[in-house]
Design a protein around this ligand. Structure first.
Ligand code: RNT
Ligand code: ZN
Length: 409
């Protein structure tokens, strides 16, 4: 079937494929730099610690800024649509010894250049893990004030850096705060660490920046490795903290009980907040951060964004890191999957389906939802790639780069 035939088939059910392609092209996906080097960063070579873990030792990972940028560029060139890049504080580029208390905006000037060259905008994250002072599994909620103050400074200077990036790039930079804080075994006090976290956050967010430069989000979690019994910043904590302090909530799809679905939470947040941020990941039995595949939950998330007219209210970021496969392929296929899910949702007769629900016509709703699954949306996706000048099969190029660059490292 050709794109023309697919377009006609969709027109028959009242869907304009041209409009879908137009919208898809504008939805930004923020791509995590940390897929490129297994969340290592440039500060030390210790690897990720603090409740998160990468597994696998696929050859060729980037270990320097220029390697990471070169790999990232290679991946970005194979991804269609509007892209952003998501950085962590540990990816700052400087000859100075990096002290997390004092993240400096200029550590990210080279990234700003990279972003400009590649026509992408930057999002940012303070890094509260993989550090001596985070090794006890507590940062902003630590009982020792000196430790808390260290991390409060990190939060403050990170926000300053993100606001600088946002101003320079003329697009608000999302600054997402996630901390690993928790306990391995049953706590004696669940309240005290939470009260300390609240106080630390109050300090970090006491400085106000214009919304045109900076959007602050907070990310909750369920548990971490070695911190299985208690997470200080759980969902309830951050939902309420964000609501009371006018911050954005970030939902990571790997940070909830397995039968809870982020797709079901987005609309609840949209009732009360202007914006909701996402870390789209794929938990396999635990928060394993597998590369996202085009599964039911990904499609359901995309539908929630599209049918609630929330493409400019839901900030889509990816958060997976697989060290067991070619990292460039991981970047490309995961991002493309997010876009495929969005396209699938854009090609649904959403208004018609919503009317069926309101009419309590659940038979038609089930029948047509199922029938539309075999509409020729693959042809529309192929057309998107064609118009964006991206190869459908990107593996020959990735393999060539692997041979010529990655395997020589
Ligand atoms: C960890 C959180 C966090 C990190 C990234 C690297 O469980 O999901 O968002 O994965 O910031
Ligand atoms: Zn996350």
């Amino acid at each position: 079937m050709s794109y023309k035939e697919a377009k006609e088939a969709y027109a028959k059910i009242g869907i304009d494929t041209e409009q879908a392609l137009k919208v898809l092209k504008t939805i930004p996906i923020s791509i995590q730099c940390w897929q490129g080097d297994d969340v290592n960063g440039f500060e030390n070579k210790l690897g990720a610690t603090g409740g998160i873990q990468t597994t696998g030792n696929y050859p060729g990972k980037a270990t320097t800024p220029s390697e990471l940028m070169s790999d990232f560029k290679f991946a970005l060139d194979l991804i269609p649509g509007t892209k952003r890049i998501n950085l962590h504080a540990i990816y700052g580029i400087t000859d100075e010894e990096m002290d997390r208390q004092f993240v400096k905006p200029e550590y990210f000037d080279k990234w700003l250049e990279f972003a400009k060259e590649n026509d992408v905008k930057i999002d940012f994250n303070p890094t509260f893990f993989s550090h001596k002072l985070a090794s006890e599994g507590m940062t902003l909620s630590h009982p020792d004030k000196k430790v808390r103050d260290y991390w409060i400074n990190h939060g403050k200077t990170s926000r300053e850096t993100a606001a600088y990036i946002g101003k320079k790039q003329n697009s608000p930079c999302l600054c997402n705060l996630w901390i690993p804080d928790g306990l391995k075994d049953t706590p004696a006090s669940r309240l005290n660490p939470r009260m300390r976290l609240k106080e630390s956050l109050d300090e970090i967010y006491s400085i106000k920046y214009p919304k045109e430069y900076l959007i602050d989000s907070v990310e909750s979690k369920l548990f971490g490795i070695g911190l299985e019994s208690y997470t200080v910043g759980n969902n309830e904590f951050y939902q309420l903290y964000a609501a009371k302090n006018d911050l954005c909530c970030l939902l990571d799809t790997g940070h909830f009980h397995p039968t809870e679905k982020v797709s079901d939470k987005i609309s609840s947040l949209l009732c009360f907040n202007d914006k909701v941020a996402l870390h789209v990941s794929r938990p396999v039995r635990w928060d394993s951060d597998h590369v996202i595949v085009l599964n039911d939950e990904l499609v359901e998330i995309a539908k929630e964004i599209v049918r609630n007219n929330a493409t400019d209210r839901v900030i889509i970021g990816l958060d997976y890191f697989d060290a067991s496969i070619n990292r460039i392929a991981a970047w490309v296929i995961g991002t493309r999957n997010m876009q495929k899910a969005l396209l699938y949702a854009l090609l649904q007769p959403n208004e018609k389906l919503i009317k069926m629900q309101d009419d309590r016509n659940f038979t038609d709703l089930l029948v047509y939802s199922e029938e539309y699954k075999t509409m020729p949306w693959g042809e529309v996706w192929a057309e998107f790639l064609k118009r964006e000048n991206k190869p459908q099969d990107f593996m020959p190029e990735v393999r060539k780069y692997e041979q010529e660059v990655l395997l020589k490292r």
